[in-house]
Design a protein around this ligand. Structure first.
Ligand SMILES: *Cc1c(COP(=O)(O)O)cnc(C)c1O
Length: 246
């Protein structure tokens, strides 16, 4: 079996090549290591190999891992990593993570954004968020439609002082053929550019912070980078397949 160190090297190589092909700088793309269901030993291994940004899906697991970096001397090194919440978030759980993570990728309703505003103000922080867009219009997926995403990005940037809308996130359809998701990545990039222009045109002060496009997972991150992703979320490609049976 490949080690995490070897996997990371390969992933960075794919990122490097995709950036070169698209005429982009490698520094424009952040690799988020998606560590949900994986034990701390493996996160430490990724950390030792240079990884500093981790994505988690479940509030309780995220909190336990952060707690572990504070209480277990064996994992104290990981105290400086950047944690990202990428999973579906319930409003009553926002308070547990709003001041613990650097970014919430999965904001899929205005009510959730309002809750983040409320809890961020209470804790005295500004929360970085992405609006999740269901860009392929899949029945089963969370997220705004493209039109809603654009409209809500403007409204939230105007109305919520403790929330910083940094951009959009999407999970493209599961497929064996990454190329078939290219059109979705292209569409989200276009929506992102249009929204960024609108924020500027309307003179909204937060316009400069709208700089993040989170798209691409193990199966399709190469294509996502070619189409403009600034964060790719890779789990299986780094840590191997997940086991949900435990
Ligand atoms: C699990 C997950 C990922 C990582 O998926 P892989 O296919 O293992 O790379 C990325 N984004 C979200 C939102 C996820 O839930």
């Amino acid at each position: 079996m490949d080690t995490i160190q070897e996997n990371l090297k390969q992933v960075h190589e794919v990122i490097r090549k995709a950036c070169a092909k698209a005429g982009r700088k490698e520094e424009e793309v952040t690799l988020l290591a998606v560590s949900k269901t994986k034990p701390m030993e493996l996160l430490l291994e990724a950390y030792e190999a240079g990884e500093r940004s981790f994505g988690e899906n479940y509030v309780q697991e995220l909190n336990e891992k952060i707690q572990c970096t504070k209480e277990d001397p064996g994992y104290a090194k990981l105290a400086d990593v950047s944690w990202h919440m990428i999973g579906h978030l319930q409003r009553n759980k926002v308070k547990y993570i709003v001041d613990q993570v650097d970014m919430i990728h999965s904001v899929d309703s205005r009510r959730l954004a309002d809750q983040i505003e409320h809890d961020a103000e209470k804790k005295g922080v500004i929360a970085n968020i992405l609006l999740e867009v269901n860009i392929a219009g899949e029945e089963s997926k969370w997220g705004f439609t493209a039109e809603e995403g654009k409209r809500e990005a403007l409204a939230i940037a105007r109305e919520l002082p403790h929330v910083k809308v940094r951009g959009f996130m999407t999970s493209a359809p599961y497929t064996e053929d990454a190329e078939s998701n290219r059109v979705h990545f292209k569409n989200l990039k276009q929506l992102f550019d249009e929204t960024a222009d609108l924020l500027k045109k309307e003179g909204i002060p937060a316009a400069d912070a709208f700089d993040t496009l989170s798209m691409g997972m193990t199966g399709d991150y190469r294509v996502a980078i070619e189409e403009g992703a600034t964060i790719v979320r890779v789990g299986t490609g780094i840590f191997g397949a997940r086991d949900y049976s435990k």
